[in-house]
Design a protein around this ligand. Sequence first.
Ligand SMILES: [Zn+2]
Length: 126
Amino acid sequence: MALIRSKGNLTTEIALGKLLWAAGLRGYRKHWPILGRPDFAWPGLRIAVFVDGCFWHGCNCKTIPKSNRRFWLNKFESNRGRDIRVTRALRRSGWKVLRVKECALSRPSTIKRIAVAIESRRDVAA
Ligand SMILES: [Zn+2]
């Protein structure tokens, strides 16, 4: 199974882990065994966070390799298609799904989005 390639790599995952910790957002589990294996999840609150590596997801911040251009374009396209399918399927079963681009990790708005999701789900659970 080729599960690893399009996920955020270890560096981005560690980076987000540190940011979550610094923001006081604890209690997450890594690689929770649901569809898509989210990088971070709060299973009790049904919140899943995916870190999307910029290269593998064809983010605008990266340049497409010149050789085998068509191959890469297809690859990015199919990765994005899978992201959308995974996101939809999880949402349908009640998960709040947040996707974070690697290049947006350190933006304050990223952590804010996660914090807001946790807070609003906690209110519902309480
Ligand atoms: Zn990017």
